[in-house]
Structures are given as structure tokens and as C-alpha cells.
Ligand binder design. Sequence first.
Ligand code: MG
Length: 251
Amino acid sequence: MISVKSESELEKMRVAGEIAGNALHFGGQSIKPGMSTYELDKIIHDYIVKHGATPSFLGYGGFPASACISLNNKVIHGIPSKKEIIKEGDIVSIDVGAFIGGFHGDTAYTFAVGRISDEASELLRVTEESLYKGIEQAVAGHRIGDISHAVEEHCTAHGYGVVRDYVGHGVGVKLHEAPEVPNFGKAGHGPRLVNGMTIAIEPMINGKGAEVKVLPDGWTVLTRSGSLSAHFEHTVAITPNGPVLLTRPTL
Ligand code: MG
């Protein structure tokens, strides 16, 4: 069932979303070549806890860290590690959730470390653009498929692979709620959007090919082709004033 949030519930989601957005931004600004993904996770963890929230991902389905950190050809769900060192030229996808007041905020961004290749920079630009093309469609009366189609069309026009095995989702009291929000699909299809719905729109886009594989750790998702992958996500509320980004950083 799709939950519709009241004004007071949306206010709580704003609080959770702001902490998640700021933790992500703070983490991104803290990235330095030579740092391990474990250290980066610790910075994000401490930011969330210091602001009175709980990291949504820590322990979720047994996930062992507070942020998912996925470098280069990793798509999503990368497990932070002391052995994984961030280098100049890497792209670093960070996915962060914060839980406070009974609600979650969920957001992701792919950061460039120093100078990155033109190829990488184009992938980041197009994937972020596709997120905003999807957000533009998050209006009452539209359907989920309008969001899906907008994301897919923008990315396939650039020759990229749109990941199909993982999708966006409703978010609220639970981290993952109905409906699913795929990054591919037909305009005019799927559940109708109504005011008070809160959804995480999150394009996961591969430089080449849509196919992915999962490492034996059971979490880390990589591109099958070995190409780079980018991930951008906002928690968005459908409101009479149009889409509202609940996870926009305010730092
Ligand atoms: Mg999500």
C-alpha cells in the first residue's frame, strides 16, 4: 500500500531528509585521496549521530556500515573497508539514510575526486540531469511511469545503460515502501501520484550496458561490463506546490 503523509508527517520527513542530505554533503566534502572508504563512512556515521539521528542503513538487512560507498565500476551497496583507498581520479558514489522522529530520508550523490576523465564527468553530469528530469515529473496526477520514462529517455539518448535490477522506492516510516520507482518504463503507466506521497528517485546509470553482478559479499553491485557507474538520489515529496526535495543539503 502506498502511504500518504500528513503535513505534520512531511515536516518530520523534512527533518530526517535534511540530516541525510547534510551528512552526504559533509561526507563528500571530506573526501581526500589516500582516505579509506571506512574512514569516510565513519565521518558520515558521526555526522548523523551528532545530529540526533540513526543511520538508516546500519544493520539494515545485515548491512555492516552507515553509508553505502561504491567506487568507479561499483554501482551501489559498496561496503566501506579499511583496505579500500580512494584515489585521485576516482568517482565515489555515496548513499546515505537518516532516521529520526519515526521517518527516514534517503539520498545519494556521485562525487569526483580531483581531476576525472571526460568520460566520467559526462556520465556524472547526465545521470544527475536525469534525476532532475525525473523529479520534474513528480507531480500529482502524473504516474510513476512518467518519472521512469523521463530518466530512461535522457540516459539512453547518451548511450548509457539504465540499471533494471534495482529501483527507487517510496520512503517514510520504512526505508523502502511502495511504490517501486523504476528508472525505466512507459509514460502514463504505473501508480498515480497524489499529494503527500514521498518517493526516492534514484537513477543508477552505467557507462556501458545495463547488466550488473553482485560480489560474493552479497552486497556490492558492479557493472558487468566493467564500465563506470553513477548514482544520484533525492527523497521527494509530491505537494500542491510541485515536487519538494526533502534531502537538499543546507550546510
Ligand atoms: Mg534509496
